[in-house]
Design a binder for this molecule. Structure first.
Ligand SMILES: NC(=O)c1ccc[n+]([C@@H]2O[C@H](COP(=O)([O-])OP(=O)(O)OC[C@H]3O[C@@H](n4cnc5c(N)ncnc54)[C@H](OP(=O)(O)O)[C@@H]3O)[C@@H](O)[C@H]2O)c1
Length: 344
């Protein structure tokens, strides 16, 4: 078995990693760290993992493993990357610390970078975008959830040449509360967050940089916090320079995604779930992508839905690790979500 550790295992995405590693045919979870819950069992924090006989350990005492997944807040991995790499042959980081390909992005969008020389080495985890560079990669950076939803929605239009990079694109993403992590704030208090449709990042969201870096195009990006726990749903308003037909769109999306194991198309069809919705993918590593044509306004509306803790972080990280280590890339991720379920 391939030995795996999760640093930041008491958090939301850390818990999701532990769930995935527990069910994975190739990995064995040998270490799960938390400073606040050291010596407590995983089940103390993640009730869905009560069956696991694993206790949190201190992140300063790292065991030697094959793969270390870091699910820590921004800034932690770049500070501890040498220790992580000493402990593991492969490091998969879920934070933004190694996601952006050049230092200039960190200077513009974050507070700079402590180890900019490593940015060249890091591979972006999203296999749909970077599969060819993942085999053998030893430093992998999982994408941001809002960026992942947006990139998956728009990628086929750029790959097919329907968009060139100069067009105006407006993206509106709705996200659930788990995106903010397990540590609450006044804004995430149930009494304040329940029932909301709150523009929490109308402009200037950092994922705009990630989308620009990997799509080669600027998008005007807004994020709303809405009343769900899991899920990110991107609506992209696209205005191509030349007329485009539904056939062109189907051609572009089929070409890009027909062979992708975790991307499903949902574009009309007369059922209740005619377009992508987070509820349809909750708990799974699937992304749903769809579109509708608006000829009157020369607009294409693209929809994309993911579970932020799966395709948007932990699932994407395990998918990338599967590719990096040469496992079946679907290993440990093939399960579907539930239907029907309540608000995820
Ligand atoms: N939530 C999402 O949907 C999502 C999606 C995509 C990416 N991400 C990214 O994934 C990372 C984790 O997100 P999350 O939502 O899971 O956060 P979270 O719920 O707040 O969990 C953070 C974890 O990191 C640990 N931690 C905090 N400071 C640490 C330090 N200095 N050293 C070692 N461990 C430390 C915490 O435990 P202790 O404090 O007990 O050690 C906790 O286990 C973030 O960078 C986030 O941006 C999250």
């Amino acid at each position: 078995m391939t030995r795996a550790a999760v640093v930041g295992a008491s958090g939301f995405t850390g818990g999701e990693l532990c769930r995935l590693l527990d069910g994975h045919p190739e990995f064995e979870l040998v270490q799960a760290t938390s400073r606040s819950y050291t010596n407590k069992t995983l089940g103390n924090v993640h009730p869905n993992l009560r069956h696991l006989d694993v206790r949190f350990t201190d992140p300063e005492d790292l065991e030697s493993v094959d793969v270390l997944f870091a699910a820590t807040p921004h800034g932690v991995s770049m500070g501890r990357i040498d220790a992580f790499r000493d402990a593991a042959d492969t490091v998969v980081d879920l934070s933004a610390d190694f996601r952006l390909p050049e230092e200039r992005y960190y200077e513009e969008w974050y507070d700079g970078h402590e180890r900019p020389e490593l940015l060249d080495e890091a591979e972006y985890a999203l296999p749909e975008l970077n599969r060819e560079n993942l085999p053998g990669a030893d430093l992998i950076a999982a994408g941001g959830c809002n960026a992942t939803a947006t990139l998956l929605g728009l990628l086929p239009l750029y790959e097919d040449g329907i968009l060139s990079g100069d067009e105006r694109i407006v993206v509106d993403v709705k996200v659930g509360s788990s995106e903010g992590g397990a540590t609450g704030s006044a804004a995430s208090h149930h009494a304040e967050r329940s029932g909301i449709v709150r523009p929490y990042a109308p402009t200037g969201h950092r994922h705009e940089a990630e989308i620009e870096a990997y799509l080669g195009a600027r998008v005007s990006f807004t994020v709303h916090a809405v009343d769900m726990i899991r899920g990110a749903s991107a609506t992209c308003h696209v205005f191509p320079d030349s007329p485009v037909s539904k056939g062109d769109l189907w051609g572009a999306y089929r070409e890009e995604y027909d062979d992708e194991p975790f991307v499903r198309m949902a574009a009309g069809g007369g059922t209740v779930y005619r377009y992508p919705e987070p509820k349809a993918v909750a708990g799974s590593n699937f992304a749903e992508v769809g579109f509708e044509l608006d000829p009157r306004n020369e607009r294409v509306v693209v929809f994309s839905a993911i579970d932020n803790m799966m395709k948007g972080s932990a699932g994407q990280a395990v998918h990338a690790a599967n590719v990096a280590l040469g496992f079946d890339e679907r290993a440990g991720l093939e399960f579907t979500g539930f239907h029907p379920i309540g608000a995820p």
